[in-house]
Design a protein around this ligand. Structure first.
Ligand code: HEC
Length: 421
């Protein structure tokens, strides 16, 4: 059964948009939960109410954000099932337990963050900090679980052979990708609050201004210190993806990263990360007063690097999801390709239909309009060139058309079919 086509903007754009907004806020929610309790603990230790005040305002902002994010999370589930029914059914089945645990953990996170926010002044500091630590723990767990599911879509690992649910969740990149995702939650949350307190310090005077300046220093230092760890975690993550996927059948994630659309996103991300690291370095060299502007630039570079990283990962793992078709699905599902008796000729028309080419192309009056009409393709390609193009689309099609995932015989049958007069 085919999935729904989302009107006007298409499946990929709607999905990418909702996921990006969701993950962007989730970053602040996870990092903010931890920062909030760190500020409270630090204020208690130093006997300085300013830090406790900061923790409280962050916690208020967070509980609002989590409500929005809950709604977006549900939207993602609905979109996955509706727009990619086959893939959705597969994913929710293989990752059933992690998804269920994610739901439970998110519920705990909501409960604890509400308690944390509303008991700020009514229970003892020690007990309140404990509630804050629980909130932070559940936030980290929520990030860990969803990342495991996400990592599986990029690197299926041993699961391809064993079809064991444990292997699906505990995939080869689980640890590296978790670090690479959880670290920037803290960095981004610190830098966001750094920007906010900076802005507030220019709008206020006297004691208020002194408060915002102090908090600006506090969050600036945390953000600028953690910033340097992220490129390291990124490098170890990429090395792991390479070793875990370069031997998988094409199109595999490593090919997509090193020599596909993802490469552009990856290089943009690396450039932005370099700008962020330079900004962070200047902040330390020039000191807080003079170096603040450099850290503002670094923060903006970090926030922009985030969607670039997200796109790299999305593209790498799935021409099949992003482009609304799933050539990798058969590999993931481990379905056997129909066997043909030796020497028997495949029915090109049949293969052409089965491979989903007609979703995008019209051929002899039948099919879709996303790609060009293939009726007269014989005027442009001979058999060799046509087969080469279909197995590795070039030019504009490299972005839009999934590489052919069937066997060589099937490829040949399609070419013959398309070139038949
Ligand atoms: C997701 C949509 C999509 C699917 C599925 C798809 N294609 Fe394409 N294909 C495109 C687009 C888009 C282009 C042209 C890009 C451009 O040059 O602007 C294209 C280009 C082509 C071309 C080159 C046409 C020319 O005039 O240069 C051929 C041949 C082709 N596709 C064959 C196939 C075959 C065979 C299949 C199935 C195995 C297939 N495509 C599946 C989107 C798709």
């Amino acid at each position: 059964m085919d999935g729904v086509q989302f009107p006007v903007i298409g499946n990929s754009i709607i999905m990418a948009t909702v996921i990006l907004i969701h993950v962007f806020f989730a970053f602040f929610a996870v990092g903010g939960s931890i920062l909030s309790v760190v500020a409270e603990w630090w204020g208690t230790k130093k006997k300085d109410d300013d830090y406790i005040r900061l923790g409280k305002s962050v916690s208020g902002f967070l509980s609002d954000m989590m409500k929005i994010n809950g709604v977006l999370g549900v939207a993602i589930v609905v979109l996955t099932i509706g727009l990619w029914s086959q893939f959705g059914a597969f994913l929710y089945s293989v990752q059933f337990w992690p998804f269920l645990a994610e739901g439970a953990v998110f519920l705990m996170l909501m409960i604890f963050s509400v308690i944390y926010h509303h008991t700020w002044d009514s229970i003892s500091r020690g007990a309140h900090i404990f509630v804050g630590i629980c909130t932070g723990f559940f936030a980290l767990m929520a990030g860990f679980l969803i990342n495991g599911i996400w990592a599986f879509m990029l690197v299926p690992g041993k699961w391809i052979q064993t079809h064991d649910r444990w292997d699906a969740f505990f995939n080869p990149i689980l640890v590296e990708s978790t670090i690479h995702i959880l670290l920037p939650t803290l960095i981004n949350a610190s830098l966001l609050i750094f920007l906010w307190t900076f802005w507030k310090s220019t709008k206020t005077q006297g004691a208020e201004q002194a408060y915002f300046n102090k908090m600006n220093l506090f969050t600036g230092k945390i953000g600028a210190a953690l910033l340097f760890l992220q490129p390291l975690s990124g490098a170890s993550f990429i090395i792991k993806v390479k070793s875990a996927t370069e031997t998988l059948p094409a199109p595999n994630p490593w090919q997509q990263i090193s020599n596909g659309m993802s490469t552009y996103f990856l290089y943009t991300m690396i450039t932005l990360a370099a700008i962020a690291v330079i900004g962070g370095t200047l902040y330390w060299i020039w000191g807080h007063e003079k170096g603040r502007t450099a850290l503002v630039v670094a923060s903006l570079a970090m926030f922009l690097a985030f969607p670039m990283g997200a796109f790299t990962r999305e593209r790498a793992r799935k021409p099949y999801l992003v482009w609304g078709v799933m050539p990798m699905n058969q590999q993931l599902l481990g379905e056997k390709k129909p066997e043909t008796a030796a020497g028997a000729k495949l029915d090109g028309n049949q293969v052409f239909h089965n491979q989903g080419c007609l979703a995008c192309h019209t051929f002899k009056g039948e099919g879709g309009t996303i790609g060009p009409d293939l009726t007269n393709v014989s005027t442009k390609y001979d058999k060799t060139k046509l087969m080469a193009f279909i197995s590795q689309p070039q030019g504009a099609a490299a972005m839009k058309m999934p590489p052919f995932s069937g066997s060589k015989e099937e490829l040949e049958a399609i070419a013959d079919h398309l070139l038949k007069k």
